[in-house]
Write a protein that binds this ligand. Structure first.
Ligand code: HDD
Length: 695
């Protein structure tokens, strides 16, 4: 099969450019790296069958040497990631008033992209569902060169100046003496840093919220975080914030669930991304921008250059620009996802930087890190990193040089090689002409000094259940902290955010609650920050478990599965064993997977179909009872038909159609489908009273 056939008609220019590097092993024989055919790779060359291995065994030496050198340093942060290719397409040309960037302004132009999602703190092999920020890094292979938007799923950051980044990362990473804990912020050093560095407060509110527990990379936002600058053809600049909004809505897991998933399926988010693309359910996001005219730079009560601040959408609305679709998995994880090298300095004409000191520092760090990670200055030649336009300059040599640059003159200007390559014409990148004037000074601007107002804004914008989750998260994390003065320090900072929050956290961890509010809560909120009113309009790619045993009413299962699958859900039949069960009417019902190999935490919803014998058997099976109770506890839709209701009873789950527990008689399957699908679309029912449910 050719690559064209494999990828259908939707091949991007990037995809085509990867072809010469793709290696297909079909119809080949085994060779050494020098091309020498090999017929035995199972036995080393020895002096006698039981004798010592010989130095001259070039195949053995080459094989082992290559193996010994297979690892490269993992990323110092964002080590664990998953990537996918796709394209970006703008809706119209309306941004051309603000930017020369063609990929943002040419309707119908599909720009190839590679996106890498990641967690931040954990090692490359750590679990996906830890409490952490998620990276959302996009490389646009535009016709004007590569543009990298290296963002996160939270719109603010922990620190204001890049010089604090090593301190922050050292604090959040496993502690240096024993390298514990892995991929977790719940430990002394992080919270010590947090209590002493109040600029972290706003970001910590986000990190303690369910934003840190995305159900899927396909169901989380992305943010460029910094204020960047768009520059139009006349050289006029406009401040801009970039936002990605997922088409499937913003959806999160709950904390207990994430911890269990980390054991049951540490690849949960990675698998979800991979499988949805394989199944043709392509993740999609809308790019939106917030634009602020240069003359409005000082129109806000925060500094646009301060990366610990958002621009509330109620002040500057989001303007939709285009859509991002991820439609192809990489062929090789290491070659593509591991070797992709993002860098904030990769900008195209029409996009520029601001003096945000966090952004400025990143402009140094990303290039620097790739040099050590990818072993030298030629990493842009690695296929995933190459632009889709040809590259010409006088860079030469260095480790792993792949280009064979012809000619004598590797310098500019030259006459010997005809002066080539010549300086570009009007297409060239021009830096925004900003007047800069000031004393050299090692000082934070006064305009960066309000660390609490937006943390309060975030808190005020949360619904009741979101606040409860935030309080529980602070209690959990600080409950793991052993240094009492650190716990107290954090509570003191929280009292600057909101008195009730500080009191609730203090009570949970057993330190003295602050007696009085430091100041009245400012009372402002930004509804756009809450996840409580996400549209509940789709069940696409939601995973629904059907619990069955011999004697199940298979007609219900088939009918329900057909209806839910038609709406895009993924239905699986689970039984105590693999293979099939014998249904009530005598026919076989195929089992998708045995229950012991999976768990409720890997599904979005559960249905117990009718069939007296089946439900009796399930009632005897602790796994099945636990499955239902746990799904309920995690706020998931739970459905039962006919006798299925008995299993719910046993799991202490009472029917409550307003809170996602849908129970119906055998005669009203149609009504059940409608109510159950609506519950699945609503995702979770966090307002249930779940404390007494053991699970
Ligand atoms: Fe960073 C990786 C996002 C601040 C230094 N960062 C990295 C990745 C993402 C971000 C998504 C993974 C890219 C990939 O998938 O390969 N980083 C952010 C955001 C920040 C931020 C949104 C604040 C707004 N980062 C930041 C600062 C510094 C760095 C202030 C250093 C001064 N980041 C790095 C790095 C990494 C990195 C060390 C590690 C691996 C890499 O770059 O390629 O250079």
């Amino acid at each position: 099969m050719t690559s064209d056939e494999h990828h259908g008609d939707h091949r991007t220019e990037k995809d085509r450019r990867l072809d010469p590097f793709r290696v297909d092993k079909r119809d080949t024989v085994l060779t050494t790296d020098q091309g020498i055919p090999i017929d035995d790779t199972d036995n080393s060359l020895k002096a006698g069958e039981r004798g010592p291995t010989l130095m001259e065994d070039f195949h053995f030496r080459e094989k082992i040497t290559h193996f010994d050198h297979e690892r490269i340093p993992e990323r110092v942060v964002h080590a664990r990631g998953s990537g996918a290719y796709g394209y970006f397409e703008p809706y119209d040309d309306s941004l051309s008033l603000f930017t020369r960037a063609e990929f943002l302004t040419t309707p119908g132009l599909r720009t190839p992209v590679f996106v890498r999602f990641s967690t931040v703190a954990g090692s490359r092999g750590s679990a996906d569902t830890v409490r952490d920020v998620r990276g959302f890094a996009t490389k646009f292979y535009t016709r004007q060169g590569n543009f990298d938007l290296v963002g996160n799923n939270m719109p603010v950051f922990f620190i204001q100046d890049a010089i604090k980044f090593p301190d922050f990362v050292h604090a959040v990473k496993p502690e240096p003496d024993n390298e514990i804990p892995q991929a977790s912020s719940a430990h002394d050093t992080l919270w010590d840093f947090v209590q002493l560095q109040p600029e972290t407060t706003h970001m910590m509110m986000w990190l303690m919220s369910d934003r840190a527990l995305p159900r899927s990379f396909r169901m989380m936002q992305g943010f460029g975080v910094h204020t960047f600058r768009l520059v139009n053809a006349d050289g006029v600049g406009t401040f801009v914030k970039f936002h990605w909004t997922p088409k499937l809505g913003k959806r999160s897991l709950v904390w207990d669930e994430t911890q269990k998933i980390a054991g049951k399926d540490p690849d949960f988010n990675r698998r979800d991304l991979w499988e949805s693309i394989e199944q043709g359910a392509f993740p999609e996001y809308e790019l939106g921008v917030q634009l602020v005219a240069e003359e409005d730079e000082f129109a806000f009560d925060f500094d646009l250059l301060d990366a610990t601040k958002i621009i509330p959408e109620e002040l500057v609305p989001l303007r939709p620009v285009g859509r991002l679709v991820l439609d192809r998995n990489p062929d090789n994880f290491f070659a593509e996802t591991e070797q992709v090298a993002f860098h904030l300095g990769n900008v195209v004409p029409g996009i520029d930087f601001t003096n945000d000191p966090l952004l400025q520092g990143r402009l140094f760090s990303y290039l620097d890190t790739q040099l050590i990670r990818l072993g030298g200055p030629n990493f842009p030649q690695i296929p995933v990193n190459c632009p889709i336009i040809d590259v010409h300059n006088h860079h030469r040599e260095g480790y792993h040089q792949m280009r064979i640059d012809k000619g004598k003159a590797a310098y500019h200007p030259n006459s010997l090689d005809g002066g080539w390559p010549v300086p570009a014409d009007g297409r060239a990148y021009h830096h925004y002409q900003e007047r800069v004037d000031g004393y050299k000074i090692r000082k934070r601007s006064e305009s960066f000094s309000d660390h609490y107002s937006q943390a309060t804004l975030f808190w005020n914008s949360m619904s009741d259940w979101e606040r409860a989750h935030i309080v529980a998260a602070f209690q959990f994390e600080l409950g793991k902290v052993t240094a009492r003065h650190v716990q107290e320090g954090v509570v003191r900072n929280l009292n600057e955010v909101d008195h009730e929050l500080a009191v609730a956290v203090a009570e949970g961890i057993g330190v003295d609650a602050p007696g009085t509010p430091l100041r009245p809560n400012h009372g402002r909120s930004s509804p756009a920050l809450s996840m409580d009113h996400e549209p509940a309009d789709t069940i696409a790619t939601r995973k629904i478990a059907f619990l069955v045993a011999d004697g199940v009413d298979a007609s219900h299962v088939r009918c329900l599965m057909a209806e839910l699958t038609m709406r895009g859900a993924i239905c699986e039949v689970l039984a105590a064993h693999g293979g099939s069960v014998r249904a009530a009417a005598g026919e076989q019902l195929m089992v998708t997977r045995p229950m012991p190999t999976t768990a409720s935490v890997l599904f979005d919803a559960v249905v117990v179909p009718g069939g007296a014998q089946s439900v009796r058997a399930l009632a005897e099976d602790g796994d099945a009872v636990h499955f239902v109770a746990e799904a309920y506890k995690h706020g998931k839709p739970v459905g039962a038909i006919g006798e299925g209701a008995d299993l719910l009873d046993l799991a202490r789950v009472a029917p409550d159609p307003t809170r996602g527990v849908i129970v119906t008689s055998e005669s009203d399957i149609e009504g059940f489908v409608t109510a159950f699908a609506a519950a699945v679309a609503a995702h979770r029912f966090p307002r249930r009273a779940t404390r007494p449910v053991p699970a």
